[in-house]
Write a new protein. Structure first.
Length: 213
């Protein structure tokens, strides 16, 4: 088995994309609006987990510039290196969230922007549950996905072969609420990444709070 065969599929894809991914999604107004939703609710100096932190921009950069403490995790070494250089105020860790041990109630907020799509449905469900437990009671979670009813579908994303699994909007909301999160608002958008091999895609943003006092 080669080193590439042992790596998470998402690591291979995002190592290849690098800064091209950031450039392609930089104009997403819905993503920035989602971050603003979170900023409006966080206490000063909040501890935030950014899952699938990519190049660190815009998520980790926006949060650190607002004075929050950010831990970003990503399976792509290229992305972790880029993020560490671009957003030195945050901490970035090379890790697969499926294997990461997270402290119960250790974060005030969790961001999950489009980082579940190369996991199976069972893995996505387990990860969302673990992230909900990592939030303090009353903490906030923002989750974004491409709300399509597809499972293990081979596709091409920005010129890279990918295998995509997702939920329709209603089923994804059920996954989130079953994990103990209350959906406070949801936003739907259609976004066309700025890349010649990209196509417009639906986006769903769920803005949530962990149940409890």
């Amino acid at each position: 088995m080669t080193e590439e065969d042992r790596r998470a599929p998402a690591a291979v894809v995002f190592d290849a994309l690098g800064l091209d991914y950031e450039k392609a999604f930089a104009s997403s107004g819905a993503h920035r609006a989602s971050l603003q939703w979170l900023l409006d609710r966080l206490e000063p100096g909040s501890r935030v987990l950014d899952v699938g932190s990519g190049t660190g921009r815009p998520t980790a950069q926006t949060l650190t510039e607002a004075g929050h403490r950010v831990l970003g995790v990503d399976v792509s070494p290229v992305m972790v290196d880029l993020a560490s250089r671009q957003v030195p105020a945050a901490e970035f860790r090379l890790a697969d969230v499926r294997e990461l041990s997270l402290p119960e109630g250790g974060f005030d907020a969790v961001c999950v922007y489009f980082s579940l799509l190369q996991m199976s449905r069972a893995e996505q469900t387990e990860v969302v549950g673990g992230l909900a437990r990592a939030l303090r009671p009353g903490g906030f979670a923002v989750l974004a996905t491409v709300p399509l009813d597809v499972e293990a579908v081979d596709a091409v994303f920005m010129g890279q072969p990918v295998r995509v699994t997702s939920f329709g909007a209603g089923d994804f909301t059920t996954v989130v609420t079953s994990a103990g999160l209350t959906v406070l608002s949801e936003e739907h958008a259609t976004f066309a990444p700025a890349h010649p091999d990209a196509v417009p895609e639906p986006h769903l943003f769920l803005h949530c709070r962990r149940d409890g006092d």
